[in-house]
Every structure is written in structure tokens, then in C-alpha cells.
Design a protein around this ligand. Structure first.
Ligand code: GRF
Length: 209
């Protein structure tokens, strides 16, 4: 049984996709042991509670400094016997202490086809604004392992989504969520739960079915 800690900051639609995929069997042998938000108002916390999943807030504002916040976060992740940390719209930079403790056991979803429109400053609607400003005809989403860089870890899955005439950052964001993010995040978890993802030389290799 793969035990997930899901870290969130906002609406939690990717969290919901994981919850639904576990409920309907698209993800098997996997359990969300807890959902942690840095933001007490995150709707994701309600989604977790509705699904009967332990949900808690660890806010940096409750700690004297960043280091103590990071220690509290890592302690809570460890307490629940986490196998895999899932960043599902988590707006906090994960510190090296957690990345090292969970090497190749942290995954993130990014709303573009990495290495386009990623790295520092590319989050939320900024990603889609940049894609539209460049005039790309295709964008998409990427699930990747998290390393010390920003959006630089080994890529697990990607899915392309068409950019349409007249798209706004908001319409493109929504289409990428519906057509890519909510699909490849559960798929990546299912692959990891069944030991099918291997990392070698900064790349992933996925066992065939
Ligand atoms: C998604 O667009 C995801 O790609 C990005 O943050 C957003 C989270 O949305 N990392 P939600 O909270 O899952 O609805």
C-alpha cells in the first residue's frame, strides 16, 4: 500500500482527481494518509475532510522562522509514514532537507510541457500568460519528480493540450487541468504505486504493461 501525503495551497482540483481515482479504481494499492496545507483557507482542506482524509494546516506564519516551519512540515510528513509526497498546487518552495529525505519520492504537477514555461516565476496564470504571449499552438502539463531545482527533476508523464484561437490565460488553464493535469497526476501515482517508474541519470524509465 503506497501511502501519500498530499501538499496543497488552494482549490485542490488535482487532490480531488486523486481522491476520485482511488475511489473508482484508476489508482489501486494507494491511500492518502493526510493532506497538509500551508494556507488555512485552502478549499483543498474541505475536499479532504469530505473524503474522510486527515487534513491539517501547517502555516509558516505560526513559526518563528522558515527553518522551524520546514522542521514541522517534515516531522508531520514522517509521522504519517509517508511513501510518496504529492505536490498538488503547493505554493511553498520545498526545502533541501525534505527533498533529501524523500529523494525521488516527491512528485509535482506543472501546467506546461517542461522545459517550456517553467522555472522561477512560472506558476499559476503566469505560465499560461507566457505560453499565449509566445504564441505556442500546443501546451500541456508535466508530472515530474522534485529535485533541488525549480521544475528540473526527472519527467514522469506529459500530456499535450491544444491552444485555441481566442484563449485567455484562464481558458487555457482550465483546458490544461481538465484534459491533462487531472489525468496524468493519477496515472503517475498508479505507475509509482506499482513500482513501474525508475530513475536513472536524471531521466525516468517506465516499465511497459
Ligand atoms: C495547478 O494548475 C497545478 O498545475 C499547479 O497548481 C495548480 C493547482 O490547482 N501546480 P489545484 O489546487 O489542484 O486546483
Amino acid at each position: 500500500m503506497l501511502k501519500l501525503t498530499v501538499l496543497v495551497s488552494g482549490g485542490g482540483t488535482n487532490l480531488q482527481a486523486i481522491i476520485d481515482s482511488i475511489a473508482d479504481g484508476r489508482i489501486t494499492d494507494t491511500e492518502i494518509v493526510q493532506v497538509i496545507s500551508n494556507n488555512p483557507k485552502a478549499y483543498a482542506l474541505e475536499r479532504a475532510a469530505k473524503a474522510g482524509i486527515p487534513a491539517l494546516c501547517i502555516s509558516p506564519k505560526s513559526y518563528e522562522n522558515r527553518e522551524l516551519f520546514h522542521e514541522a512540515l517534515l516531522a508531520q510528513i514522517r509521522k504519517a509514514d509517508t511513501d510518496l509526497i504529492v505536490l498538488a498546487g503547493f505554493m511553498v518552495v520545498v526545502p533541501p532537507s525534505i527533498i533529501q529525505a524523500y529523494k525521488n519520492r516527491i512528485i509535482n504537477i506543472h501546467p506546461s510541457l517542461i522545459p517550456s514555461f517553467c522555472g522561477k516565476g512560472y506558476y499559476g496564470l503566469h505560465v499560461h500568460e507566457a505560453a499565449l504571449a509566445k504564441g505556442v499552438k500546443v501546451s500541456g502539463a508535466t508530472v515530474h519528480f522534485v529535485d533541488e531545482g525549480t521544475d528540473t527533476g526527472p519527467i514522469i508523464l506529459q500530456k499535450a493540450v491544444a491552444v485555441e484561437q481566442g484563449d485567455t490565460p484562464e481558458t487555457l488553464q482550465r483546458r490544461i487541468m481538465e484534459q491533462a493535469e487531472w489525468k496524468i497526476m493519477p496515472q503517475a501515482i498508479q505507475l509509482i504505486a506499482h513500482g513501474k517508474v525508475h530513475v536513472r541519470d536524471g531521466r525516468t524509465f517506465i516499465d511497459p504493461d
